[in-house]
Design a protein around this ligand. Structure first.
Ligand SMILES: Nc1ncnc2c1ncn2[C@@H]1O[C@H](COP(=O)(O)OP(=O)(O)OP(=O)(O)O)[C@@H](O)[C@H]1O
Length: 252
């Protein structure tokens, strides 16, 4: 796995309607060591998705540097996997084919990529759905497929932008527990964007709080793993950390 390093990163958008520039990010410096899970929270418009889209290589940055394993990001690449809120699965492909798509693009032969896809589907408890099509799955199952599809490509860095925002509360907790379990097994470097403070704390080793395009705080989360909601929901340290991060977001 590789580390992710943002050095004095900035982003200025040009608004063609107003004919003016808007600086969404100022001087963001952030290091995510290889194999670490970092959540990013902050009020709407503080620049969370902008950071993720620049690290993914979807949009250019205006200043500073983005390094993955010491190499500058110049565009999208297989070293970074992305999971968005919308499932974006291929509706005409089976679940197995969806999960095997990344390896297929890298030229992995069919038997081998089917084996990889089955291994990751098993990890997420989805073996039984391998031959189904996305429209035959519940929203929670589709989102699980989206996560394992990104993981099956064995990215060094996993970028997640509110991946569980559109599923119900119960499924969301299950998905959070599954994600921590899979992360512990594979240890990709993760940047996880969310509005949900308990989710950010539950998942991460560190929670970064953004405010108006700046890093306001970087809060370590030393909670033991494996993490399960039944235990953490009553845990004083978890509650204290969540309250601390919530207060920071409110002040942002
Ligand atoms: N393409 C664009 N052109 C101009 N301004 C933009 C563009 N994309 C984002 N912005 C502005 O940059 C700022 C940061 O947006 P961004 O989407 O990164 O915030 P966010 O923290 O992810 O918000 P949310 O939580 O609501 O998704 C906002 O003020 C937004 O209006």
């Amino acid at each position: 796995m590789k580390n992710l390093s943002l050095k004095s990163l900035s982003k200025t958008y040009f608004d063609p309607y107003a004919g003016s520039h808007y600086t969404a990010l100022h001087d963001i410096t952030l290091d995510v060591p290889a194999g670490e899970f970092v959540s990013v929270v902050g009020p709407s418009g503080c620049g969370k998705s902008t950071i993720l889209n620049m690290v993914a290589g979807f949009i250019p940055h205006s200043g500073g540097e983005i390094l993955v394993g010491g190499q500058p990001v110049k565009g999208p690449g297989p070293d970074r996997g992305v999971v968005f809120q919308s499932f974006a699965l291929f509706p005409w492909k089976t679940v197995l084919e969806n999960v095997g798509f990344g390896p297929k693009m890298r030229g992995v032969p069919k038997a081998e990529r089917d084996e990889i896809a089955r291994e990751y589907l098993a990890m997420a408890g989805l073996s039984h759905a391998a031959d189904r099509y996305p429209n035959e799955l519940s929203g929670g199952m589709q989102q699980r497929v989206g996560v394992v599809r990104a993981l099956a490509n064995k990215p060094d860095v996993l970028l997640m932008d509110e991946p569980f925002a559109s599923v119900d509360a119960q499924t969301r907790m299950t998905l959070q527990e599954e994600l921590t379990r899979i992360w512990e097994e594979r240890r990709p470097t993760v940047l996880f964007i969310t509005h949900d403070v308990p989710e950010a704390v539950f998942l991460a080793n560190r929670v970064v709080v953004l405010s108006k395009g700046h890093v306001l705080a970087d809060v370590p989360v030393p909670l033991a793993r494996p993490r399960v909601w039944d235990k953490l929901v009553e845990d004083e340290e978890f509650k204290d950390l969540s309250n601390k991060v919530l207060a920071l977001v409110r002040s942002a």
